[in-house]
Design a protein around this ligand. Sequence first.
Ligand SMILES: [Zn+2]
Length: 92
Amino acid sequence: MGVPAERLDRLHALARAAARDGDPERARYYVRLARRVGERNRVRLPRTFRRFTCDACDAYLLPGRNARVRLQSGHVVVTCDCGVQARYPYRD
Ligand SMILES: [Zn+2]
């Protein structure tokens, strides 16, 4: 794992911790930072990172806290508190 990937891992952990601590703005800050690191280094963000962040408002999503998760005809539908939905094919 290269340095950018390690940095992304760390930012992901920080974002999750901030969200769990009830500090969504700090979580957002880390989410945005991680996106920038990914872009600058052309590193694809880890799948778990992409699934638990909102593309529209950069929130770090905690199902049951600021996001709802539903299963719908073979898809996982994640709805952020801002109203934006993301859907992923349901596998594993
Ligand atoms: Zn959102």
